[in-house]
Design a protein around this ligand. Structure first.
Ligand code: C5P
Length: 234
């Protein structure tokens, strides 16, 4: 699986995202685009078709979590939308993850890359113990969820770039790590707490970096994207 930079297009409307993507018309490389809940729920599945029609790969970040049968059917719908990557919560457990894979697999045997969210980065040790009644250390829980996802047949996990090396040690080097929390060395960290530069993420073995505001809010988004690609893909 090749390394790539995924641009988190956290925009509220089709007009805003298309205005952003227009800047890349004629650029040498079309960004892999992440569509999240906000844009998808505002615009519906047509937004995926519209962005695909412009030649972008799509990571649809909807983080499914429900009973296996429901997730299987929902994943079938997403697969027909021809997304390139989608995700779910590993907390849905093995049967849900296997159902998701079944739903995603097309008649010709192809399917989008399926990755798992382990523990949300908004959940810390205290929250996990108090609200979820999980008493194990959070690092162990994250690695266990990653391992369970791998055993269910998934392709990888979303994780902090700081965890990518450990995930590869635990689950093998081919198990994909998709890592947000990336910032340029001279950039604004914003609300992200644990960050790495694209070059550091490459060094530690991330397969995909997810970069939002350092590109979307840059004065020159195409230059910021190209800088990310140069540092991460090389
Ligand atoms: O703007 P920024 O680079 O912080 O955007 C990062 C993207 O990655 C956002 O879409 C955010 O929702 C997502 N993300 C994250 N941390 C996670 C999982 C996803 O920042 N643990």
């Amino acid at each position: 699986m090749g390394r790539d930079v995924i641009v988190a297009c956290d925009f509220a409307s089709k007009a805003d995202v298309m205005n952003f993507l227009d800047k890349f018309e004629g650029a040498s490389r079309k960004p892999f685009v992440k569509i999240g809940m906000e844009l998808y729920y505002a615009e519906g599945p047509q937004i995926v078709r519209d962005i695909k029609a412009r030649g972008h790969k799509i990571f649809l970040d909807l983080k499914l979590h429900d009973i296996p049968n429901t997730v299987k059917k929902a994943m079938k719908v997403l697969s027909n939308l021809d997304v390139d990557m989608c995700n779910l919560h590993a907390a849905g457990a093995t049967s849900m993850m296997q159902g998701a894979l079944e739903g995603l697999t097309r008649e010709d045997g192809t399917r989008p890359i399926l990755i798992a969210v382990t523990q949300l980065t908004s959940t810390d040790q205290e929250t996990m113990e108090r609200d979820l009644l999980i008493k194990e250390p959070i690092d162990k829980v994250v690695m266990h969820y990653a391992y369970t996802a791998k055993n269910a047949g998934l392709d990888g996990v979303v994780c902090s770039p700081l965890e990518a090396g450990k995930v590869h040690e635990t689950c093998g080097k081919d198990f994909v790590t998709v890592t947000p929390g990336v910032r340029f060395a001279d950039g604004d960290v914003g609300d992200q707490k644990r960050v790495m530069t694209p070059a550091q993420a490459k060094e530690i073995g991330s397969d995909y970096i997810v970069v939002g505001r350092p590109i979307t809010a840059a004065e020159d988004p195409v230059a910021a994207y190209e800088r990310c690609v140069a540092e991460f893909v090389g």
